[in-house]
Ligand binder design. Structure first.
Ligand SMILES: C[S@@+](CC[C@H](N)C(=O)[O-])C[C@H]1O[C@@H](n2cnc3c(N)ncnc32)[C@H](O)[C@@H]1O
Length: 433
């Protein structure tokens, strides 16, 4: 690799945000979500090169094939750029459609918020206990969801989802993130884990809340605060970026035979999954069920998640480092590690190649992930593949010392049953044609 390699604190390279939760960047939570600086810095560097300060920007399109909640779209929109998002997790689609609806609304966001909070104030909280409104969800989903809540909370949360489903589109869009926040917070699911999982800590937390006689009012007050907070974030974003939220959203089909889309963007900025560090669909299972996705769909999507998917696209990984890592697990006769490696790299490289078909530059944010106790240098393998197979140039790899990560630390990684050794660095790789 001929490019530069250096160690930096990436969050210090970007000065366009005050904090990692600035504006719309802080509206949603998602495992391994980008801090905005990780997108802003490469995007601004790319724009500075590309436009040399004078040509109009709006023609440019930024592609993120592993979009998560769509941090790239927010950063691109603030800079007057279009974006193209893909993800296997439909949550990405829900959030970004909601952004598009609220941001395109003619009426001030603050008016939408007061109409919505008036309706929430009108809920007759004490009449709701033990009653379950009719929701457009199938009975299996409702039964499944019920197991993740205290019955009193389940009744209240169901009524809030009833408000959601019966709201006009704009109010619905504004309610989405705040409602998912309380829905997650008051379930028995411990959000600090990588997948749907109960813990004594979370059960104690929820049960202690119910000892407060006013818990229903407090619950509603919290939701209303989140709605107002969301409205402020949207209003602030609209001021800074009054133009159209021009984002195309593709929720990847879980059908094994479906072909992936092709990217039309000028630049790809993305963060693929970090090997086995996370199960995104399982972590999003409760929100997806509340949003009307069936248990069967969630299960099928989980099976298509990288690296858990079985399908292997015909894809040569042109990387000496990949061969070296493969030989290492081969010598150990670790068939499971080999299967994870093959699935991870063939599927990820396939998506990256398709996403970057018309791009001149790729910025990849990857972590030094650990597989069965050994660190796999994802940044080297991806760089080698693009340089040796496709003739791209490696411009730089910046090694960032991660300041904060919300990954849960366990003595044993639940995916591998090994001592947990999560990465403590991540890399920003820049490749160009
Ligand atoms: C590291 S996260 C990206 C987070 C994102 N940068 C953000 O700021 O929210 C990786 C994403 O890859 C997605 N993913 C996993 N398998 C996938 C597949 N087969 N096709 C498309 N996306 C997939 C996951 O759902 C997850 O959202």
């Amino acid at each position: 690799m001929s490019g530069i390699s250096s160690t930096v604190t990436l969050r210090d390279l970007d000065t366009t945000v005050d904090s990692t939760t600035d504006g719309l960047f802080g509206l949603t939570k998602y495992p391994a979500k980008f801090i905005p600086q990780l997108v802003n810095y490469p995007l601004d560097s790319w724009l500075a090169n590309e436009t040399a300060g004078n040509s109009p920007r709006v023609q440019y399109l930024v592609t993120d094939p592993f979009a998560g909640v769509g941090t790239v779209a927010i950063s691109a929109h603030l800079r007057g750029l279009k974006s193209q998002l893909w993800d296997i997790n439909p949550l990405m689609g829900h959030y970004n459609q909601a952004h598009a609806v609220v941001l395109s609304s003619q009426s001030p966001v603050i008016h939408l918020a007061s109409a919505l909070t008036d309706r929430l104030h009108d809920l007759r909280l004490y009449d709701l206990d033990g009653e379950y409104p009719v929701l457009p969800l199938d009975s299996k989903s409702i039964q499944y969801l019920g197991d993740w809540y205290h019955p009193l909370i389940f009744s209240l949360v169901s009524h809030l989802w009833h408000v959601y489903y019966n709201s006009p589109d704009k109010q619905k869009a504004l309610l989405l993130a705040p409602l998912l926040r309380v829905t997650n917070k008051w379930s028995y699911n411990d959000l600090q884990r990588q997948k749907l999982c109960r813990s004594d800590r979370k059960t104690r937390y929820v049960n202690s809340w119910l000892r407060n006689l006013n818990w229903r009012q407090e619950f509603l007050k919290e939701l209303i605060e989140y709605v107002n907070d969301a409205a402020n974030r949207y209003a602030d974003h609209k001021l800074r970026a009054p133009w159209q939220y021009d984002t195309s959203i593709t929720v990847i089909s879980p059908d094994r035979n479906a072909t992936l889309p092709v990217g039309h963007g000028n630049v790809v900025i993305t963060s693929p999954p970090y090997l086995q560090a996370q199960e995104y669909i399982r972590a999003s299972k409760l929100p997806l069920l509340w949003l009307g996705h069936s248990l069967d769909e969630v299960r099928t999507r989980s099976k298509m998640e990288i690296p858990y998917c079985q399908s292997l696209p015909t894809q040569e990984i042109a990387s000496p480092m990949f061969d070296h890592v493969r030989r290492f697990y081969d010598r150990d006769n670790n068939k499971r590690a080999l299967a994870v490696l093959d699935s991870y790299f063939t599927n990820t490289v396939n998506a990256l190649e398709r996403a970057s078909q018309s791009a001149t530059d790729i910025y990849l944010i990857v972590g030094s992930a650990n597989l069965y106790g050994t660190s796999v240098p994802l940044h080297i393998i991806f760089s080698e593949h693009f340089v040796y197979k496709l003739g791209w140039s490696h411009r730089f790899t910046l090694h960032d010392r991660i300041v904060a990560k919300t990954l849960f630390k366990t003595p044993v990684n639940p995916a591998t049953n090994r001592i947990d050794q999560r990465m403590d660095t991540e890399q920003l790789v820049w490749l160009s044609r």
